[in-house]
Structures are given as C-alpha cells and as structure tokens.
Design a binder for this molecule. Structure first.
Ligand code: PEP
Ligand code: MN
Length: 340
C-alpha cells in the first residue's frame, strides 16, 4: 500500500512531475505539498492495491509511506510540521495564538460595534458573531440572517477587523464568504458532508467544530472531506462533547482531545470554552487549561449585557471578564511559547 511519496530534498521538478504522472496514470489524484525542505505527494483514493514498489525506485523518491488511517491529508505523516493559517495577515498555528471573540449572535449593529470595539481594544483580532443560528428549538432566536450579514460587513469595515461567522448550508457558502474571513461549521453540521465538500472548494479558512457526539477520528475524517476538495486552510475547534454528566456543565470540554489532535494532525486546534462548559464562570479557568494542553487559540462568547442576550447569555462573559481573560492567559502563553 502506498499513500505518501516523500521526495528527496534534491528532487527536481521533473522527478516530482514523474511521480504525479504515475499516480494519475493509475487513476488516482495527486496532492502535492511543497514544504520548505521537501515535497510530499499524497495519493488520493483507495490505495490498498497500489504497491510501494511502483514508486520506491523512481528518481528523486526518498520514502513511500502507507497510512493505515482513513484520513491522510489531515495526518501528521502527510505534513510533519504544524501548519500556519493566514487570515488577512493574522497567523494561526505553529506558535501563533489567536483569540476570536464576540457575541453568540449578532443582534444589532450597535451591539456588534460596541462589542467589537471593546474586544479589539483588548487584543482580539477576529470578531465572532452568528447570523444564521442553528438552535435546538425552532422557536428560539434563529439569527438576523441576511440583515445580520450586512451588519457584520459594516462593522468589519468600520473597525478594520477580521470576522468569523457560521454557515449552515452549501447554498449560503458563496454569500457568507463574501463577508466572512473564516467560515465556521458548527457542531451540528460537522457531519454535513455536502457542506464540507462545498467549503472545500473555496479558498478561505474554515473553522470546523467537533460534533458533540463525534469521536476524534470522525472529526479528522470530516476535516479530510474539506482538505480533499483542495482547501487546506482548516482550523479544528474543540467545543465540548456529551457524556452522562450534564449536572453542572452543558457539555464536557474534552481537553485531552487537544494533545491527541496535535499528535494526529498538523492543523491548528482552537478551543471554545463557552459552549464547552455553558457557564460564564468556567470560561477563564478552562481557557488557561486549554492553553496548557497545547491549544492554538480560543473562541469566546462576549456580550455587553449577557443577561439580555438573545442566545447563550448564560455562558457569555462580560466585558470586565474579557479584559481579565486577556490578562490572565498571558503567563500561560509565555510558558507554552506562544505569540499572540
Ligand atoms: C456558536 O459558536 O455560536 C455555535 C453555535 O457553536 P456550536 O456549533 O459549537 O454549538
Ligand atoms: Mn452560542
């Protein structure tokens, strides 16, 4: 079985092309990843019948690796070094830490502008705000929709800040990506394969949230769906899972998934302690814990008046708490060698 062809550092363009042609001749697609030192070529498809020998003796080939996991493009083997995702010059991953913060839902221009100004002033580089809200009850606030997108665009331009918002369906990807710098795929849609394939075809970062009932391997396979379509800008987000115990918290924030993911994949891993716990008072402690476990960033819900929020007020932190959070995480970032 052959999945990855690691080229020698002195492999020529011709050597690389020869391998790509061979892969295509066998009826597979080749995925070429040019690193600073060497090129790795992935064979996309069911490679069980492809022997290592087919490639091992070709000029310029250093090693042929078979990956026994279902996900290949998402695996560390494919890309040994952490990747850096660039969002308008903001770096995420490989030592670059990012805080994305803002309200659960965009409720009005005034609310988003006020929140955005505050979080920006305190070091947040990416403003979050849901406009299409997937809610448990269809009678809950479902977001402002297109009107919200307009607000997001205006606030983004006024504050000169990058923004992230959730996209719910393949049909809305085009529209949302006209405004949003990162497309968020929510926990409920992690398994929406059509949506994953659709965002795989655009050239914008995607933040993929772990489904609340998904195994880590399922999470990585869903990232693979996006990567396979050609979009390599995938950010993973741990946001808590369901277990037997919902007595004190809304979800169980699976912090052990962070080092597991960091071992399995090179993609940045960010943590959402707001949905992960469902409780405002747990956001700061779990943010520190997430950094200590190796997270590359945080996704935080902040609201000027959480008690009046139209969604997730109970877990949204106040402005004062946000300021404290940004101060409190500094020593943890220093210890972990992360730059913000
Ligand atoms: C959100 O970030 O607003 C959200 C709905 O998150 P999740 O999909 O994790 O529930
Ligand atoms: Mn929310």
């Amino acid at each position: 079985m052959a999945d990855l062809i690691i080229m020698r550092t002195d492999a020529t363009k011709e050597d690389i092309n020869r391998v790509v042609e061979k892969i295509e001749k066998l009826g597979f697609k080749a995925h070429v990843s040019k690193g600073t030192e060497r090129t790795i070529i992935g064979i996309i498809g069911d490679t069980r019948e492809v022997s290592d020998e087919t490639f091992r003796l070709l000029p310029g080939v250093s090693e042929v690796i078979s990956i026994l996991k279902e996900y290949k493009l998402a695996s560390r083997e494919f890309h040994p070094k952490d990747t850096i995702i660039d969002v308008n010059g903001i770096k995420i991953g490989e030592g670059y830490f990012v805080v994305m913060a803002g309200p659960c839902s965009v409720e009005s221009k005034e609310q988003l502008l006020f929140t955005g100004k505050f979080v920006k002033q305190h070091g947040c580089k990416i403003l979050r705000g849901g406009i299409f809200k997937p809610r448990t009850s269809p009678y809950s606030f479902l977001g402002l929709g297109k009107e919200g997108l307009k607000i997001l665009k205006e606030v983004k331009e006024e504050l000169k800040i990058s923004v992230i918002t959730e996209v719910l369906s393949p049909e809305e990807v085009e529209l949302v990506s006209q405004v949003s710098d990162i497309l968020q795929i929510g926990t409920r849609n992690m398994f929406n394969y059509r949506l994953l394939q659709r965002v795989g075809k655009i050239n914008k970062p995607v933040l993929l949230k772990r489904n609340f009932s998904a195994k880590i391997s399922e999470f990585l396979n869903c990232a693979e769906y996006i990567l396979k379509e050609g979009n390599s800008n995938v950010i993973l987000c741990e946001r808590g899972i369901r277990t037997f115990d919902s007595e004190f918290t809304r979800n169980i924030l699976d912090l052990s998934s962070i080092p597991v993911l960091k071992k399995e994949t090179y993609l940045p891993v960010i943590v959402d302690p707001s949905h992960g716990t469902g409780r405002r008072d747990l956001v700061i402690p779990m943010s520190k814990a997430a950094i200590a476990a190796g997270a590359d960033g945080l996704l935080i819900e902040v609201h000027p008046k959480p008690e009046e929020a139209l969604s997730d007020g109970y877990q949204s932190i106040t402005f004062d708490m946000f300021e404290k959070l940004m101060d409190d995480i500094k020593p943890f970032l220093n210890i972990m060698g992360k730059k913000m």
